[in-house]
Design a protein around this ligand. Sequence first.
Ligand code: SF4
Ligand code: SF4
Length: 176
Amino acid sequence: MGSVKDYFSSLGTGIVSLLQGMQVTGKEFITPKVTERYPENRDTLEIPKRFRAVLTLKYDAEGRHKCICCGMCQRSCPNGTITVEGKMVDMPDGKKKKKLDKYIYDLGSCTFCQLCVTSCPTNALEFSNDFEQAVFTRELLVKKLNYLPEQPDPVPAPKPAPAADAAQPTTNAKEN
Ligand code: SF4
Ligand code: SF4
């Protein structure tokens, strides 16, 4: 008889304990969050501009970048994160010029040291603060940074015409 009493006593204690636990959980369920409300606040989230999330090639308004395919960034990178591939193209004046073919960057091995950015002689690189870079496979972390179609070189400004009158004062001076 005593064991039946103990059984129901334990059952009652268990139910009370369960309800107490559910009360705590339920209270937290309706209490406003005090932590960062991500991703609900994605639209208003402010990430510091200097935060280094991912390396990018800078493009101007016409879709041109300033990379001259010199390879300095690749040589400066301490862990082989960057691979710069060039190609030789024929220019309108008949000369050949080396241009960027592929700029490959492996975000998965980057340590965000920024040596590549500081070593670039043409200021062609920068770090974006776009922090949402999570993917499901490491292969997707390998990015081609020159993703826009290549734009034709800007037409060089015409050379100024020789100043025909420039020699006139000299001539006049001789005549005098
Ligand atoms: S930030 Fe550092 S590790 Fe990353 S690509 Fe540039 S040089 Fe390499
Ligand atoms: S990004 Fe800069 S350092 Fe790297 S290859 Fe291009 S010009 Fe050279």
